[in-house]
Design a protein around this ligand. Structure first.
Ligand SMILES: Cc1cc2nc3c(=O)[nH]c(=O)nc-3n(C[C@H](O)[C@H](O)[C@H](O)COP(=O)(O)O)c2cc1C
Length: 191
């Protein structure tokens, strides 16, 4: 039986995936794991958009349009090659899950706490993907913060796209990663 700690240590971002599509059961398990994340005021602020097949092509088209719009005053920053690159991004994996944090609906809820809860949900998803033997990668980039992209998902400008999770089966082995020792990040007080 693998422990949570072992799964945490084994998880790595994997950017290259095969064409094999994860099953609905696998995706549903990943979504369920997300909903067990801690969240203040029990807001459960997350929303998930599972994209496969043509939906990824449609998102890529909107991402390319949004890129062109962002650079409309400096079109030289927006070559055909960069538009094509942007359009192809969602095709890097067979499934893409966009994870959003809703803007607060109650006065006592802080936007940052909804984002934090959703980030915890994303980590649950990455760990569950790891446990299922899938490859996953948390990506953002300018598209995640673009109001036009949010609108395409039916989100408001105040909602936050916390993660595009690229999901599939690994086509590569992740490279070694060196961690900064916790000692240099930690201050012990009173113990
Ligand atoms: C908020 C956030 C945004 C990220 N966005 C990107 C991204 O746009 N592109 C990318 O290649 N990786 C992105 N990553 C993944 C990191 O590059 C990756 O987690 C880091 O290199 C550590 O590698 P590991 O996940 O294998 O431990 C993002 C991670 C987080 C937490």
């Amino acid at each position: 039986m693998t422990t949570v700690f072992e799964t945490i240590k084994r998880r790595r971002s994997i950017g290259k995936m095969t064409d094999q599509v994860p099953t609905h059961e696998q995706i549903e398990r990943i979504l369920e794991a997300a909903t067990h994340a801690p969240n203040h005021h029990k807001t459960e602020p997350w929303k998930f958009f599972v994209l496969g097949g043509r939906a990824r092509v449609e998102l890529g088209d909107v991402m390319a349009q949004a890129l062109a719009e962002r650079h409309k005053d400096n079109p030289h920053l927006c070559s055909q090659a960069s538009l094509d690159k942007e359009r192809n991004k969602p095709l890097r994996s067979p499934i893409l899950i966009a994870v959003a944090a809703e803007a607060p609906k109650q006065a006592n809820v802080l936007a940052i706490e909804n984002i934090e809860a959703t980030a915890a949900a994303v980590q649950n998803m990455l760990l569950t993907a790891e446990e299922l033997g899938l490859a996953a990668m948390w990506r953002t980039g300018d598209a995640a913060y673009d109001p036009q992209i949010k609108r395409w998902f039916g989100l408001t400008p105040e909602d936050h796209l916390v993660s595009f999770i690229y999901l599939g089966y690994p086509a590569i082995q992740p490279a070694e990663r060196q961690h900064i020792p916790t000692a240099s990040k930690t201050t012990w007080l009173g113990c």
